[in-house]
Design a protein around this ligand. Structure first.
Ligand code: MIC
Ligand code: SF4
Length: 645
């Protein structure tokens, strides 16, 4: 039996377990990436595990999320990451160099290799035929120390692409069509592979737009073959030596196969507040808009921004619209400037932002009250843009540019002939914003700078035998980590300061939650299905841990968040019978008599309420995960294994 692309990469990196769908496997990680919003925690964890030098082939620390520096906090974080990276053998991509996933694609990604990143959009690298997986920060820290990374062996989904895209229809429309077809849970537990003759019509950055938003499907990863298109991209980056072809065997077995004819697609938009709430732009045409934001790790490549510039050239942004553009990387920005396209953008009235995540993570550009914002980004969760009652629509750069001109949602096909965008054979390469680490000999002379914003990481506790506590929050289905631990300009500066961060925990759902949790000394949370989808931020586990949350009971969990809960010693319990969810109310006092024993020996678990209800719970964990929980989390577990006091 042949292998899929992902199976080939997994097989060549397997260090533990067997590649049987649904069972846990450990893989060797070649490369890691972090960004600053999750990075400080990762490096504090690396230090706590007393790992002196990274053991990966390449590790890169990016600064791209918190770049506003409205106070000393971001700058403290940046300096800490820069110095800790230098000491431990990690490259440092300075603020201004670009968004981690875009830069990684350009400068470091290698077909056939493995990459984990403390950011859920790490599968962007799949556009290059690399297996990129988003992970909790602690898992990334362990991998940097040479430890295996554990996942459940995924199902394999294949999407066959045929035909080619029509004018003004973009890669974004491909992934929006897939989201419409499969939904935000459709990729859970799966790796999505693209194949068919249609893949040859898509460039690497276009493929990367598609793999990037596989995160919104809940997929473990998404990947394209590595072929002549990949080779051309690597050559343009001066990295032809990194090319290796990789494709699925003709007798590879997929669990699900879908067909998508690129030629039949039309411009699409994901409507508020979910990336899978997809409709045709045609049907939404004429809707008044207030803001357009172009950029993010989904759509900020040279091709994207050249298309936008070609549409805006000689035109003006509508007076009722504010248009922001953030180029994905310094490379993209420089090339836009060199070819004159930047002048077309500025002259049309675009507000050019630095090469960073910016509005995507709520760092500025919050829309007006009840404002309508069109964004080329990947997430439109409620409140993520900073304005709770705003409506965010996710669209392609082409739809965004056309709509910015007319002030209403616009199908770009009304513009007539699509402008021809040609990409240069060689990209401008200048890695002067990527600092190399100190050599092993020099490392001892490097001092790690810790400003006052850097606070220690809370430590997990081993679970007690009997859990008797209150259900302090009940939430619904598809709760995102943006609900649990919101981001945005006011909150992100405290990512290295968990006590301060805790004041914002769950405030999107219930402004009283942090106070209640503190007053009651913690408790448990009840969630619906797909609890913890979205961002990989381990703060969505770290902060509840700090607030005394000992367990979360849900109908089901999203992959990265479940791993993060375990990593910090919070027990993720699922309801045996989903309808029991309705029997529980906020404020209920609950008891589990044998929590520790159940973790140790898979005992049956029953949660009792004060008024005599008994609900069966499941704890579907591997032996390794049980050991981690019993130690009080992965940090404690690793320290114990390494004999660190
Ligand atoms: C996001 O897009 O939500 C983020 C910000 O990039 C996160 C990481 C974080 O919360 O720091 C992600 O996607 O993992
Ligand atoms: Fe940054 Fe947005 Fe991409 Fe997250 S999704 S890495 S915030 S650009």
């Amino acid at each position: 039996m042949g292998y899929t692309i992902a199976e080939k990469i997994l097989a060549s990196h397997l260090v533990d377990g067997q590649m049987l769908r649904g069972s846990e496997i450990g893989i060797r990680i070649d490369q890691t990436l972090t960004q600053d919003a999750t990075g400080t925690a990762v490096y504090l964890e690396l230090e706590a595990m007393e790992i002196d030098r990274v053991r990966t082939e390449l590790s890169v620390a990016y600064v791209d999320h918190n770049t506003l520096q409205t106070g000393f906090e971001n700058a403290d974080d940046h300096r800490y990451i820069q110095t800790v990276a230098k000491k431990h053998g990690i490259r440092f991509s300075r603020p201004g160099n670009g968004i981690c996933h875009q830069v990684h694609l350009e400068r470091f990604g290698i077909p056939g290799k493995t990459l984990i990143g403390s950011d859920s959009h790490t599968p962007t690298a799949g556009g290059l035929g690399m297996l990129g997986i988003g992970a909790g920060g602690l898992d990334v820290a362990v991998a940097m120390g040479g430890g295996a990374y554990y996942i459940t062996m995924p199902r394999m989904i294949r999407i066959n692409l045929s035909g080619s895209l029509s004018p003004f229809v973009a890669a974004k429309d491909v992934i929006l069509a897939v989201l419409k077809m499969l939904g935000v849970k459709g990729g859970v537990g799966a790796i999505i592979e693209y194949g068919g003759e249609g893949v040859l019509s898509l460039s690497v950055p276009e493929r990367a737009t598609i793999t990037n938003m596989g995160a919104e499907l809940g997929a473990t990863s998404s990947i394209f073959p590595s072929d002549s298109i990949t080779e051309a991209f690597l050559r343009a980056e001066g990295r032809e030596g990194d090319y290796t072809p990789i494709c699925a065997d003709s007798d590879a077995v997929y669990d699900e196969v879908y067909e998508l004819n690129l030629g039949e697609l039309e411009p699409l938009a994901a409507c508020p507040h979910s990336p899978d709430n997809v409709r045709c732009v045609r049907e939404l045409s004429g809707m008044k808009i207030d803001q357009v934001c172009i950029g993010s790790c989904t759509n900020s490549s040279l091709k994207d921004l050249l298309s936008v510039a070609a549409i805006l050239k000689g035109r003006s942004v509508h007076p009722d619209v504010s248009l922001s553009i953030s180029p994905g990387s310094k490379q993209v920005y420089t090339m836009l400037a060199e070819c004159g396209a930047l002048a077309d953008l500025i002259s049309a009235g675009a507000r050019i932002l630095e090469c960073a995540c910016g509005p995507c993570i709520g760092m500025g550009f919050s829309p007006k009250s009840q404002g309508i914002s069109l964004r080329t980004f990947n997430r439109n969760f409620e409140g993520r843009c900073g304005t709770k009652d705003a409506g965010v629509y996710l669209v392609s750069p082409e739809v965004a540019a056309a709509s910015a001109i007319y002030g209403v949602m616009t199908d770009p096909r009304i513009l007539g002939d699509a402008p021809k965008v040609s990409l240069p054979e060689r990209f401008g390469i200048n890695d002067n914003m990527i600092d190399l680490p100190a050599t092993e000999r020099e490392a001892s002379g490097v001092t790690v700078e810790r400003g006052p914003n850097i606070k220690p990481i809370p430590r997990g506790r081993a679970p007690e035998e009997k859990l008797s506590t209150r259900l302090i929050l009940k939430v619904g289905d598809n709760i995102t980590t943006d609900h649990i631990m919101p981001a945005g300009a006011k909150i992100l500066p405290y990512r290295s300061n968990v006590p301060k961060l805790s004041e914002f925990c769950f405030t999107v759902c219930d402004p009283e939650f942090p106070k209640r949790a503190k007053d009651l000394g913690g408790g448990i949370i009840l969630g619906g299905s797909n609890y913890g989808q979205g961002s990989s931020r381990e703060h969505a586990a770290l902060v509840p841990l700090y607030l005394g949350i000992r367990a979360v009971v849900a109908k089901s969990f999203a992959r990265i968040h479940a791993a993060n809960l375990i990593n910090f010693g919070i027990v993720p319990l699922t309801l045996e019978d989903e309808s029991d969810y309705d029997l529980l109310s906020e404020g209920d006092m609950i008891t589990i008599d044998n929590l520790r024993r159940a973790i140790e020996s898979s005992d049956t678990l029953v949660m009792k309420t004060e008024d005599g209800k008994e609900l069966a719970l499941k704890l579907a964990l591997s032996r390794r995960q049980r050991e981690i929980l019993l130690s009080g989390g992965l940090l404690e577990h690793t320290r114990i294994k390494q004999g660190v006091k």
